[in-house]
Design a protein around this ligand. Sequence first.
Ligand code: NAD
Length: 432
Amino acid sequence: MNIGVVGTGYVGLVTGACFAEFGVNVTAVDKDEVKIGALQKGKVPFYEPGLEEMVGRNMKEGRLTFTADMKTAVENSLVLLIAVGTPSGDGGAADLSYVREVALGVARHMNGYKVVVTKSTVPMGTGAMIRRLIEERQARPIPFSVVSNPEFLREGSAIEDFMRPNRIVIGAEDPQAVAIVRDLYNPLYLIETPIVVTNVVSAEMIKYASNAFLATKVSFINEIANLCEAVGADVHEVARGMGLDNRIGRKFLHPGPGFGGSCFPKDTRAILNMAKEAGVPARVIEAVVEANDRQAGRMVEKIARAVGGLKGRKLGVLGIAFKPNTSDVRESPAVRVIQEVVRAGGRVRAYDPAAMDEARRALPGVEFADDAYDAAAGCDALVIATEWNQFRNLDWERMKAVLRAPVVVDLRNVYEPAPMKALGIAYVGVGR
Ligand code: NAD
């Protein structure tokens, strides 16, 4: 089968490379010609484990090609997967301008039956909007199908998530489109991945409801962690004791500086916007977003208490990406914490294993270091903001020697309080 993937960001590039790996012929198209130029040379413009190798292999074997020309992609493909960004727009609503551009491009170049699939996270009703747009703009009536196939991969483990998903959701209005998209995922069907077939609007809703629910777990455990601090409980013990109940589950019960990244913040805002437009109260999600908005500030207060006020203090910060194994700093809680520290008169010396270029753009005025020890050099405290594996086994004698004071604020609870205290470190975690 020949398919086109429109947008070569985190989702589009992983999707394109993985389908090529399944033996599908993939034309990946992006309007960013610089990006396409780099990809044509086999360079992946962001960090995602294993992706560059997979892209290179499939390019060499001729199943994955890159172009900036939408016409080529549309004409050569039976299925077009839309994987462009849907960032926050006015009032938190998803900005659908990129999706609209793609729909118009498909309408313009359509040369036969196509299945137009949204992989991007799009508001309920977007499938219907795409159908209307294409019908209005086609030069002559050519049949096509619209499908919602939301993506659930996580940056940092995107290939594994794509190759072993918990489920595949196919929202469609006609059996032919379902059969074609099912066929595309046949290798996953063979490993018994559940496939949820539903209508387009329910599929669109599944994605937002899933992300809002996961965000709820994060804000919930963060509130419990705050309460643990007040009453002297240990949130790790509490989360373990809760999570062993199958009805609750252990995942997403890690307290920290709040959720960030390119999905949860924008998707919770977008679903709130949709609820408002529909006139339906969504108090739980409202509270989840509010609690998250306050969480970075709480972390900054924690840091300020540990060093006796931020004015004139210098902090070494480890981790800037919104989570480990990615270079993505979009809405990263680490970035928010650093910005608030700087606003309060503190200075920051930061290090991230993969996100230094992105961090330099996001954080002008911050000093950057070459490694974890260099970040700590001459600082009044060390702050662990993102739990990269390489921060899990730091040499604390060396760290104490370079820090001005042995103060560690661990926003990810990477370390255990008692052994840290035994090392002579003034250690502060979250919720314990
Ligand atoms: P991204 O910003 O990394 O990439 C989007 C790409 O689309 C960019 O390269 C951009 O140049 C390109 N683009 C924009 N308009 C275009 C057009 N008209 N024609 C061709 N290319 C165009 O975005 P992303 O993180 O991959 O997210 C894409 C979508 O997937 C979003 O809706 C997001 O919510 C959803 N999603 C993301 C993740 C994630 O972890 N990043 C996970 C699941 C779902």
